[in-house]
Design a protein around this ligand. Sequence first.
Ligand SMILES: [Zn+2]
Length: 151
Amino acid sequence: MTGNNLNDFEGYTGTVMSDKLCIPKGIFEDMLLHCREAYPNEACGILAGKGKEVLKIYKMTNIENSPVSYFMDSREQFKVMKDIRENNLSMLAIFHSHPSSPAYPSAKDLTLASYEDSVYIIVSLMGKEPVAKGYSMREGKIEEVGIALEG
Ligand SMILES: [Zn+2]
């Protein structure tokens, strides 16, 4: 991608973002439900787990109450981060819904993407069936990350 050799980067874990994110079916369904419940506004949340395996979903409040944007409540997010740490998990993905646009990051999503190691999942509700897609957003670049459903 770039001339940077990530393997030389201190603390680099060797995680390849093109590896699929594994989400148990129950958690995936729960994520879609949370998005449907917030409709016509955007919903947001966090998926935590180990490695590439999602083990837990945190449904978050979109304090913007908007159909075109989301912002997590910082106090709620703080509690979730604490819970993730206490359970020895990592934040693997941040999800939000696009009630009436495709499952692709908006210009604003790209600007606000501050967690380089996190997968950003976007659930589009514009069609008859919801569509969920994962992306990594680093240094202004968008790359799709596959999602594998389990169970
Ligand atoms: Zn968005």
